[in-house]
Design a protein around this ligand. Structure first.
Ligand SMILES: *C1O[C@H](CO)[C@@H](O)[C@H](O)[C@H]1NC(C)=O
Ligand SMILES: *[C@@H]1O[C@H](CO)[C@@H](O)[C@H](O)[C@H]1NC(C)=O
Ligand SMILES: *[C@@H]1O[C@H](CO)[C@@H](O)[C@H](O)[C@H]1NC(C)=O
Ligand SMILES: *[C@@H]1O[C@H](CO)[C@@H](O)[C@H](O)[C@H]1NC(C)=O
Ligand SMILES: *[C@@H]1O[C@H](CO)[C@@H](O)[C@H](O)[C@H]1NC(C)=O
Ligand SMILES: *[C@@H]1O[C@H](CO)[C@@H](O)[C@H](O)[C@H]1NC(C)=O
Ligand SMILES: *[C@@H]1O[C@H](CO)[C@@H](O)[C@H](O)[C@H]1NC(C)=O
Length: 600
């Protein structure tokens, strides 16, 4: 069976704390044994074992440097930094007097316990006693594994100014970089007035015309291609012809006052004068089925009908919390409760992952999402580069290349070589990575003064537009970043379901955080409709660009910003005003004839 994976990571913005304070801090330390080394995971077991030993030895050396320079960790209040308390661990102290004793820095994702295997006693070869090292397995909070990146190994080290100087200048250290704090990139309007959902219906317009009687249908969407009802204004056969979708589903989506981003991405803005905007969402019935979308975000609460796994149907899907943050590391969830609900600490809405809910719902919610049948996987990650790289590594080890889309919705005013390299590594391995252009209203493609994710090579980057249509054009959102590295724009206005925290049923949200999950959702539906195509980053970028609507966004921040609007393949416009003569309102969108000069 053909299995497809979409990976999806949220947009975070990195705060830049430019070396103001000289506090002790976590750093990513890149250790390179030999520039001719290959990528760890691709190498033989014996190669990995020798590399494990090399890395563990260097981590021991680094630990010793920290131990010998404890005094440099004394804080302004005269106290020794609490993080160094572990140096007093009795077991570790033993090694001071014994050069044959070393710490085994436990590596959970790529086990290195083999280092403790002593040469077998029945071996013919005489092994000198002095070669036997006593390993003390230990999980340190000041020196620990992160993951392999390209041909080097990234570890995390807690450094003072003095140890930074010493350690970062060791000949096997490729670079050191500070772990930046990240922030969420969306606004959730939870204070707004209560609004009621009007109604919604989903009509699977299958080939089988009489298949609809078990569904509650909106009058206007009561339809099948051969029906003669006068109230049907859209034409399923025309949609099939245009999109090549196998089956077409139509969702009539009517939330008064809420942004209708779903309708927007399934039709062109070429509305005839005086006609009413079509608010339906048209999508391929495969709807991402069999595709996994991964999110790195604040968490998820999955046992809720706003997601729906369609239990017992032929298109039942998985929605799970796969991994969470514990002790500043990403670990797989174990208990069944953990797999249903995960929430990071330290968010505004304590115990309620509202950003994660918004993002997952836009990508794959039953009601408010694009890929309604895709599997949704949450990695609840706290806001730091280290944890995001750790999350990427978790995905790398648990998902399938060439069948995976990753949406990174984080920006970085602090540049991370480790994050960039890890992203490039995943792209090379066949994963598709989509990143948010972020919401600083700047050209994010220049490397200076700040370095934003979209500027990183290899990613598909997404900017935001507002959902209101003016004279058949959309306005780029005031907050969105722009520049020639932004591949595509998508609606930044979205709607989030309340899963228990807010007073009202739905909440308005906006930000580039919500433009990217739309792109990930469309990518998932493209993949579920084309199960035999092996998508990679470049093919997906090309497909999204080919499908996009050109030159319909005004107010882009620079002339070189590509004017492309996300579209799922359906561009024909149907207006509810036209149901008596449906073809009167069809406007077949032809990209090669509608190019107009961009106004800035
Ligand atoms: C990826 O998804 C997040 C939402 O989680 C969004 O903020 C971000 O902008 C997306 N990335 C891109 C490039 O669109
Ligand atoms: C690096 O690897 C190459 C090829 O395996 C080897 O010839 C060379 O001696 C190594 N260099 C070092 C410094 O270990
Ligand atoms: C389209 O829908 C019909 C009716 O439900 C179903 O039998 C058929 O398998 C679907 N085709 C595809 C390609 O999904
Ligand atoms: C969409 O977002 C913009 C901010 O870019 C906001 O001003 C506008 O009110 C939002 N529209 C809707 C329908 O929520
Ligand atoms: C759901 O997860 C199970 C277990 O990993 C897997 O066998 C099954 O194929 C998944 N379902 C879908 C629709 O991908
Ligand atoms: C943009 O991001 C910044 C930093 O996270 C945040 O303060 C601001 O509210 C965000 N604005 C929008 C419109 O998303
Ligand atoms: C689109 O326009 C081009 C150029 O005018 C034309 O050759 C092509 O046939 C048109 N395609 C459709 C589907 O109308």
């Amino acid at each position: 069976m053909n299995k497809h994976f979409i990976l999806f990571i949220i947009v975070f913005l990195v705060n830049c704390f430019v070396g103001i304070n000289a506090e002790n801090d976590y750093y990513i330390v890149a250790i390179l044994r030999n520039s001719t080394d290959g990528y760890y995971d691709d190498e033989s077991i014996s190669y990995q074992k020798t590399l494990d030993k090399f890395i563990n030895d260097k981590m021991n050396d680094i630990y010793t440097i920290i131990d010998n320079n404890k005094e440099s960790y004394i804080l302004k209040n005269g106290m020794l930094d609490k993080k160094l308390d572990e140096l007093d661990n009795i077991n570790l102290k033993k090694r001071h007097n014994n050069i044959n004793q070393k710490i085994l820095f436990i590596n959970e994702r790529r086990s290195n316990y083999h280092l403790m295997d002593h040469p077998s006693s029945n071996s013919k070869k005489k092994v000198k006693k002095s070669l036997n090292i006593d390993y003390i397995p230990f999980e340190s909070n000041i020196v620990r594994h992160l993951c392999p990146i390209n041909n080097y190994i990234a570890i995390v080290v807690y450094l003072s100014e003095k140890t930074k100087e010493k350690i970062c200048n060791l000949d096997y250290v490729l670079y050191c970089e500070k772990d930046y704090e990240l922030t969420e990139e969306g606004v959730i309007n939870w204070e707004e007035e209560e609004e009621k959902e009007e109604k919604y219906d989903i009509n699977d317009n299958n080939n089988n015309n009489n298949n609809n009687n078990n569904k509650k249908l909106n009058k206007k969407s009561l339809s099948s291609s051969s029906s003669s009802s006068t109230e049907i204004y859209y034409d399923i056969e025309a949609i099939k012809k245009e999109t090549k979708w196998k089956n077409v589903s139509v969702q009539s989506y009517k939330f008064k006052g809420y942004p209708n981003y779903l309708a927007l991405i399934s039709q062109s803005p070429n509305l005839k004068k005086g006609k009413t905007f079509d608010e339906n969402f048209y999508y391929p019935s495969s709807a991402g089925y069999g595709i996994d979308i991964y999110f790195i975000d604040s968490g998820i609460i999955v046992n809720h009908d706003k997601y729906d796994t369609y239990k017992g149907t032929s298109y039942e899907r998985n929605i799970t919390c796969d991994a969470l943050t514990e002790n500043d590391k990403i670990r797989a969830t174990i208990t069944s409760e953990e797999k249903i609900k995960c929430v990071i600490e330290g968010i505004k809405t304590v115990g309620y992952p509202d950003h994660g809910i918004g993002v997952t719902s836009v990508a794959g919610g039953k009601l408010l999402g694009v890929a309604k049948k895709a599997n949704l996987h949450m990695i609840a990650s706290k806001l730091s580069y280290v944890l995001h790289i750790d999350s990427l590594d978790f995905i790398l080890k648990n998902a399938i290349p060439h069948k995976t889309v990753i949406n990174i919705s984080r920006g970085s005013t602090g540049y991370s070589a480790a994050a960039e390299n890890k992203i490039n590594e995943l792209v090379r391995k066949g994963f598709i990575i989509i990143v948010s252009a972020n919401n600083n209203s700047v050209n994010c493609c220049q490397k200076k003064p700040f370095h934003y994710y979209p500027g990183h090579s290899g990613t598909i980057s997404v900017g935001a537009i507002d959902t209101s249509l003016f004279n058949n054009e959309y306005q780029s959102s005031y907050y969105t970043n722009f520049g020639n590295c932004v591949d595509i724009f998508a609606p930044g206005n979205a709607t989030e379901p309340n899963l228990g925290y807010y007073k009202k049923d739905y909440i308005k949200i906006y930000g580039t955080s919500f433009a990217a999950p739309l792109v990930a959702g469309v990518a998932a539906t493209i993949m579920s409709e084309n199960p035999n195509i092996e998508f990679d980053q470049e093919l997906m970028r090309k497909t999204l660009i080919d499908l996009s609507i050109k030159d319909k966004i005004k107010g882009l921040g620079s002339k070189d910003t590509p004017n492309r609007l996300l579209n799922n393949g359906k561009k024909i416009v149907f207006s509810p005003d036209c149901y008596k003569n449906k073809f009167d309102c069809d406007i077949s969108y032809n990209t090669s004839t509608t190019k107009t000069k961009r106004k800035l």
